[in-house]
Design a protein. Structure first.
Length: 99
């Protein structure tokens, strides 16, 4: 009788454990997939302000130009005074634009 009780109990425990492990594994897969999507969405949202900061850095580089530099009135790039080709109506034009 004891073996009859032990045998079904062991099989039930093994079956229940396997099913629980399978459920856990499936839940882990689903959870991990959701986490990956969330992280990707968060990363995308963080990329936007990063791009804005890079644009701000580019604009900041142009504004505080040095005394020996000028902003081309045609391409609006900051060049060294040595790259100044001529001034058109008082506005400097770089050699690249004059060429
Ligand atoms: Zn230019």
């Amino acid at each position: 009788m004891a073996t009859d009780y032990d045998a079904p109990r062991k099989t039930d425990d093994e079956l229940s454990e396997d099913s629980i492990e399978e459920l856990k594994a499936r839940r882990m897969d689903k959870n991990s997939g959701k986490v990956d999507v969330d992280e990707a969405e968060v990363a995308e949202t963080f990329e936007l302000p990063g791009a804005d900061l890079s644009n701000e850095e580019l604009s900041v580089r142009v504004l505080p130009r040095q005394a020996d530099e000028f902003t081309c009135s045609n391409c609006f790039l900051v060049h060294h005074r040595s790259q100044l080709a001529f001034e058109k109506n008082g506005q400097p034009v770089c050699r690249d634009c004059a060429a």
